[in-house]
Design a protein around this ligand. Structure first.
Ligand code: G6P
Length: 476
């Protein structure tokens, strides 16, 4: 295990549960961040500080224990931060996922939302409070002159707080999602937007998925009085932060390994039987507003409306992992998606669209190998790993229809069909073009996609940040 490294994120690598006999067991945490980071820590290890999510996690946190676990070959010592239920809800649901997530993915409807009131002010207080607790736990656990890698929008204030407590540490922060432009970020009350930007500037190295989000962040910095950004170096309060883009990737060998497991083979057989000789238009996402599931369904409907000969010859499978069900906007959105899918099925025949809401990674991997068209059409997305995982595992010369607002589009554009995600007409045409594409072109594009999608790995992503942190430390 790397004794110098401390990773800090909201969702941890594992969650514990207690069996009826009182034994403690753990299962792997969900989401892109956990996949990427545990991949990056393979063969390296480190301490990982995360929120306690279950009762068993909270018991471990209360006892101030550090527990050792193995996640996909990464040897990790986990330390949980326990937060009371109400405070956690206000920090996670209300501020992180309803305010910060919405602003950075442009999910509001400005004539109606947001309307900030007292309860949002309480949410900001809870966010500040939980960030302080994370900073305190990190200050306690990090070794002398160690490296702290803080993750994502849940913990934007930690770098600044931690620097004050432990100036000896090298502090990195990686922002996994898009970063909004100044006018849109300016919808937030000033203390929040300034608080988030200045909080991040406590880091020595600040990472974004792509140059586009990095440039947005730099514009936000320049829009705030008293902060200066020259090139990618920002000076604030006598401290310098170096910002950079570190695009994250997938580990194709690891993916191939899991794709060979019996559960994936079984799911593949089942899906093939269901598909028969129909073509498959696939999407794989969390149940998430920013993923633009609804417009994806409407685009599929429009395509079938225009091409009656394809009805019953093409199916749309949407594999959706449940996420953030405690946020009302999420529940409403997914209910709306379900209703639309039912309406379209009533129009064009049962199971024209199959919408499955379940946490079934083997099934997603199986479906990757079988799609003819993969639709990845987020409104905005930091990177999007589905756009990389799919092409790594597909065996049918599948075509990728990709939103120009996904970070992955920067590299994958030459081999994908790029769409404006709100343009349902163009998305419908792209799906239609993909289905018509001559065999040779499909395979040529799929080969290029696979090469591009394999070009980055979580390990390289982490190494690049550690190198820059080392340089930053050298600069003093
Ligand atoms: C986004 C975030 C990740 C997070 C994932 C799942 O991709 O950038 O940090 O892992 O969503 O979100 P959750 O709220 O379930 O942890």
């Amino acid at each position: 295990m790397d004794p110098q490294l401390v990773v800090v994120s909201n969702r941890g690598p594992v969650t514990f549960e207690e069996t009826p006999t009182g034994e403690r067991r753990y299962r792997r945490g969900v989401g892109g961040l956990v996949t990427a980071l545990s991949g990056a820590l393979r063969g390296r290890g480190g301490v990982w500080i995360a929120s306690a999510m279950s009762d068993a996690d909270r018991a471990i946190a209360a006892a101030s224990e550090t527990t050792e676990v193995d996640v996909g070959g990464a040897h990790i010592a986990v330390r949980f931060v326990g937060v009371e239920e109400d405070t956690y809800r206000a920090y996670y649901d209300d501020f992180s996922n309803r305010v910060l997530w919405f602003v950075h993915h442009y999910l509001w409807d400005p004539p109606r939302t947001p309307t900030f009131t007292d309860s949002d002010a309480d949410a900001w207080d809870a966010y500040t409070d939980v960030n302080r607790r994370f900073a305190e736990t990190t200050a306690l656990k990090a070794p002398e002159s160690g490296v702290a890698l803080i993750q994502d929008y849940h913990l934007a204030l930690v770098p600044h707080l931690l620097r004050k407590m432990r100036p000896d540490l090298a502090i990195g922060h990686f922002w996994h999602i898009p970063f909004a432009q100044p006018d849109y970020l300016g919808l937030l009350p000033d203390p929040w937007s300034r608080g988030v930007v200045e909080g991040l500037l406590g880091a020595d190295v600040l990472g974004f998925q792509t140059d586009r989000w990095l440039q947005n962040f730099l514009s936000c910095v320049r829009s705030l009085e008293g902060l200066r950004a020259r090139d990618r170096t920002i000076s604030a309060g006598g401290h310098r932060t170096r910002a950079n883009a570190y695009p994250i990737g997938v580990n194709p060998d690891h993916l191939a390994e899991i794709a060979g497991e019996p559960a994936v083979k079984r799911a593949r057989t089942e899906l093939k039987r269901w598909l028969g000789d129909r073509a498959l238009v696939l999407r794989v996402d969390r149940t998430e507003l920013s993923k633009n599931i609804l417009r994806g369904l409407l685009a599929f409907e429009l395509m079938l409306e225009r091409r009656p000969e394809l009805r019953r010859r093409v199916v749309h499978l949407a594999l959706l992992q449940p996420s953030r069900r405690s946020v009302p906007e999420y529940r409403e959105y997914i209910d709306q998606c379900t209703r639309e899918a039912e309406r379209i099925n009533a129009r064009f025949g049962p199971e024209t669209i199959r919408l499955e809401i379940s946490d079934d990674f083997p099934r997603s991997l199986a479906a990757y190998s079988l799609y003819d068209v993969l639709v990845v059409n987020p409104i905005f997305d930091g990177m999007n790993l589905v756009a990389r995982e799919g092409p790594c595992l597909n065996r049918r010369g599948g075509v990728l229809v990709l939103s120009r607002n996904a970070g992955a589009a920067i590299e994958l554009a030459p081999a994908a069909l790029i769409v404006n995600p709100v343009d349902v007409d163009r998305t419908a045409r792209a799906i239609s073009d993909a289905l018509d594409m001559p065999e040779a072109e499909r395979h040529e594009r799929a080969r290029r996609l696979r090469r591009l999608a394999r070009g980055r790995s979580p390990a390289r992503w982490l190494d690049a940040q550690l190198r820059d942190l080392e340089k930053a430390r050298g600069r003093g």
